[in-house]
Design a protein around this ligand. Structure first.
Ligand code: FAD
Length: 343
C-alpha cells in the first residue's frame, strides 16, 4: 500500500477518560493535516470506551480506528503494540503522534521498531517544512522540534526516508483547542487479534497515587529557586501561594537542594505549566526552567541580579531581595483580601 498523507494520533485513555495530551495532539494534528491535505486518524484502544470516539472527532479527528477488547482494558505493552503495529503496517500513515507520557514513551518505540520508522521523543513543537540534502529536496516533512544537548539548543529533527515520521510530544506544550460538537467523522471498528504470548503478563493489582498538587491546571503559580536560600525560607513561597490561592513550584536546583519535593519541579525535566500568573522568586531563568513556564500569560520575576535571564521573559521585573519583597507582597495581598471581604 502506498503512503498516505494522514496524521495519526494515539489516544491514551484510562478508565474511559482521554489523556489531555491526546486531545492537545488532535488539535495540532488537525493543523498539520490541513497543510498536508491529509486526514487526521485517531487510534483508540481500550474496553468500554463508548464516548471517546465521538470526543476524538470533536477535537479534530476525521476517522477513529477503535479496537475494543477486554484484554485492552488496562495498558499492557504487548497487546497494545500488537494492535497498533498491525494497523500502522497495514495502512502506512505519514505521521504518528503520541503523548510523551509513560504509556506513550513505552508504546512509541515498539511501533517505530516494528515499522522501521524514525522517532523523536519529547518534542515541544511540530511543524511541516521542506528539507534539502545533497541537492535533493524532501517536501512537507514533519519538523520535530525539541530541546537538545541539555536544553542548550532547540533542535529541529527530520526524518526524510524512514516513514512514518513519529514523535512523542510533551504534555501541556500544545494549546488545547476547543471541541466542535458539530464536527463529523467516521468511526471504524477493528477486531483485535493477539498471539498467546502477547497476553503472558497479567495485572493482578493496581494502586493509583493521585498527585497531591495540580501544577498543570493551576491559574496562579508561585515558584522558588536557589535564591530562596533554604528549606525554611521556602515557607515564604508557600505562604505567598496560599494567600494568592495558587500552587507552589520550584526550579530543579531548589528541588535538588531539598527545599521542596520533585512533584513541584517546573521545566524541561519537570512539569510544563501554563498559568495566568507565574511569580518566579530567586530563579535565574535557565533555558531548561523556561521551557516549562514561558507560556504563562503574565510573569513576575524577583531577582537580585538585574541581568538575570528570567527578566528577558518577565512582564514585571522586581530587582531586589525576595526576602524583603515577598513578605511585602504577602502583606499587601492579605490586606487586599481582608478589605475585599469587609467591603
Ligand atoms: P540558580 O541558577 O542558582 O539561580 C538562583 C537565582 O537566584 C540567581 O539568578 C540569583 O541572582 C537569584 N538570587 C539569589 N539570591 C536572591 C535573593 N535573596 N532574592 C532574589 N533573587 C536571588 N532546571 C529547572 O528548573 N527545571 C528543569 O526541568 C530542569 N531540567 C534540566 C535538564 C537538564 C538536562 C539540565 C542539564 C538542567 C536542567 N535544569 C532544570 C537545571 C537548570 O539548568 C538550572 O541549573 C536551574 O534551573 C537553576 O535553578 P535556579 O534558577 O533556582 O538556581
Amino acid at each position: 500500500m502506498t503512503e498516505t498523507r494522514d496524521v495519526w494520533v494515539f489516544i491514551e485513555q484510562e478508565e474511559g477518560e482521554s489523556a489531555p495530551v491526546s486531545l492537545e495532539l488532535l488539535g495540532r494534528a488537525r493543523e498539520l493535516a490541513g497543510e498536508l491535505d491529509g486526514e487526521v486518524t485517531a487510534l483508540l484502544l481500550g474496553h468500554e470506551i463508548d464516548g471517546l470516539p465521538q470526543q476524538a472527532i470533536h477535537y479534530g479527528a476525521d476517522r477513529v480506528l477503535v479496537a475494543e477488547h477486554p484484554e485492552l482494558e488496562l495498558y499492557r505493552t504487548m497487546p497494545y503494540a500488537r494492535v497498533a503495529t498491525g494497523l500502522v503496517t497495514e495502512r502506512q500513515p505519514y505521521i504518528i503522534l503520541l503523548g510523551a507520557t509513560p504509556i506513550g514513551r513505552d508504546l512509541a518505540p515498539r511501533i517505530a521498531s516494528a515499522a522501521g520508522a524514525g522517532l523523536t521523543a519529547d518534542c515541544t513543537e511540530l511543524e511541516i517544512g521542506d528539507f534539502e540534502r545533497r541537492g535533493e529536496v524532501y517536501k512537507d516533512l514533519l519538523y520535530q522540534i525539541r530541546p537538545a544537548f541539555g536544553g542548550n539548543i532547540i533542535a529541529t529533527i527530520v526524518n526524510p526516508e524512514m516513514h512514518p515520521q513519529m514523535a512523542t510530544v510533551r504534555e501541556g506544550v500544545l494549546k488545547l483547542t476547543d471541541p466542535d460538537p458539530a464536527r463529523q467523522g467516521v468511526i471504524e471498528r477493528i477486531t483485535p487479534h493477539f498471539e498467546s504470548h502477547d497476553l503472558a503478563l497479567r495485572v493482578l493489582k493496581r494502586e493509583i497515587r493521585l498527585p497531591s498538587i495540580d501544577l498543570k491546571n493551576a491559574a496562579v503559580i508561585v515558584a522558588g529557586g536557589m535564591g530562596v536560600g533554604s528549606k525554611e525560607s521556602f515557607d515564604l513561597i508557600i505562604e505567598l501561594a496560599r494567600v494568592l490561592g495558587g500552587e507552589v513550584a520550584a526550579s530543579r536546583a531548589a528541588v535538588d537542594a531539598g527545599f521542596v519535593s520533585q512533584e513541584h519541579q517546573v521545566g524541561q525535566t519537570g512539569v510544563t505549566v501554563r498559568p495566568r500568573l507565574y511569580i518566579a522568586c530567586g530563579i535565574s531563568g535557565a533555558v531548561q526552567h523556561r521551557a516549562g513556564m514561558d507560556q504563562a500569560s503574565k510573569i513576575i520575576a524577583i531577582n537580585t541580579d538585574p541581568n538575570a535571564p528570567i527578566f528577558e521573559i518577565a512582564d514585571y521585573r522586581i530587582v531586589g531581595d525576595l526576602k524583603k519583597v515577598v513578605p511585602k507582597m504577602i502583606r499587601v495581598y492579605r490586606e487586599d483580601r481582608v478589605q475585599g471581604e469587609t467591603a
